[in-house]
Design a protein around this ligand. Structure first.
Ligand SMILES: NC(=O)c1ccc[n+]([C@@H]2O[C@H](COP(=O)([O-])OP(=O)(O)OC[C@H]3O[C@@H](n4cnc5c(N)ncnc54)[C@H](OP(=O)(O)O)[C@@H]3O)[C@@H](O)[C@H]2O)c1
Length: 313
């Protein structure tokens, strides 16, 4: 039986990376019931107004600058950590991603639970086989994002250390391909298809992932908080159904009349299929069928790309 979700109503929830692809819909959804504090550097001023319009309180802070975290609101109940730096600079990305969550947790030693968003990119490549949480880790994304995998692995260790030393329960969720009405990787593939550009894939096909729809992660996050433990609960976090890039691009082709073309590149990320057994045990299966999620995404973002029969009525 999956864990019951934590009720966030009227709770004080700090969400980092609040302006990003993954977290912005979380801010929008949870600010309806919880008191949401939305942390980012807010390098674009318009994001401050956007966050306020969603009913959340913007907190301008830099996870690479511990001094800026001293002004955080007190009595935060739950932390949802989605911030990520992808500067490609080792000093910046290790400091922000790996150490920043440590500074944040030490600043909030009374939090009831912390959810740290990690990535399936922490796993070493091993072809189409599913990765269980104890599978070997590796520098998976080096070819395109040189600092990413290693700084995400380092961040996980920081979370475990801080949870244990502070007595703050934590969950590490290793996220796979988030997507929804605000985009995601399949949307970039559609853009490539519309531009007549080839989609770069690993030669060992099919390239399998576990795309996770926004609606599903909104429903699961309070359950992931319920799963938090002082020894840190580490769990894969993706859609229950494995789907390949080739499959979702073929479906995008069906929806639009475009034909995807693929280019093999041994440096491409390659399959990162998740073993979802632990996830199912803790938080249950996901619900949004991937074809439905992808159709909704295209309808929301580029309805003109769709064949007439698929356009919203
Ligand atoms: N998107 C994916 O396909 C994917 C897949 C697997 C896992 N993930 C994980 O999901 C989480 C969210 O990713 P995302 O794609 O939504 O990221 P994103 O769109 O790049 O957003 C990053 C967020 O982090 C904030 N940020 C960056 N540097 C910061 C700093 N020094 N201090 C404070 N905030 C900072 C950014 O805001 P400012 O620039 O305004 O500070 C922004 O709000 C990350 O943990 C990522 O590793 C994502």
């Amino acid at each position: 039986m999956a864990l019951a979700p934590i009720d966030l109503t009227d709770r004080r929830v700090l969400i980092t990376g609040a302006t990003g692809q993954v977290a912005l819909p979380v801010v929008a959804a949870y600010a309806k019931a919880a008191e949401v504090f939305a942390l980012a550097r807010f390098r674009r001023d318009e994001d401050v107004a956007r966050i306020r319009d969603l009913g959340a309180v913007p907190i301008r802070a830099d996870l690479g600058d511990p001094a800026s975290l001293r002004r955080l609101p007190a009595d935060i109940d739950y932390v949802l950590d989605f911030a990520v730096a992808r500067s490609g600079r080792w000093d910046v990305d290790l400091r922000t991603n790996a150490e920043g969550i440590g500074d944040l947790m030490m600043q909030l030693p009374h939090a009831k639970a912390v959810l740290h968003c990690s990535s399936a990119a922490v796993y070493a490549y091993r072809g189409p086989a599913p990765h269980r949480e104890d599978a070997p880790l590796g520098d998976n994304h080096r070819a395109f994002f040189p600092t990413y995998s290693i700084s995400k692995i380092a961040a996980e260790s920081t979370v475990r250390l801080c949870a244990r030393r502070l007595g703050v329960p934590a969950t590490i969720a290793r996220l796979s391909v988030p997507y929804g009405d605000n985009g995601g990787w399949p949307f970039y593939h559609l853009v490539a298809m519309r531009n007549g550009a080839p989609i770069v894939v690993h030669p060992e096909r099919p390239n399998l992932y576990n795309p996770l729809h926004v609606d599903d992660y909104l429903e699961k996050i309070p359950r992931l908080l319920a799963a938090a433990s002082i020894e840190t609960t580490t769990v894969n976090f993706g859609g229950s159904a494995p789907v390949s890039i080739e499959e979702w691009c073929a479906y995008l082709g069906d929806l639009t009349g475009l034909t995807p073309t693929f280019t093999d590149d041994p440096e491409a990320f390659g399959s990162l299929r998740l073993d979802t057994d632990r996830m199912h045990e803790l938080i249950g299966p996901t619900r949004v069928p991937w074809r439905e999620g992808v159709l909704r995404m295209v309808r929301a973002l580029t309805p003109d790309a769709l064949r007439p029969e698929h356009r919203p009525r």
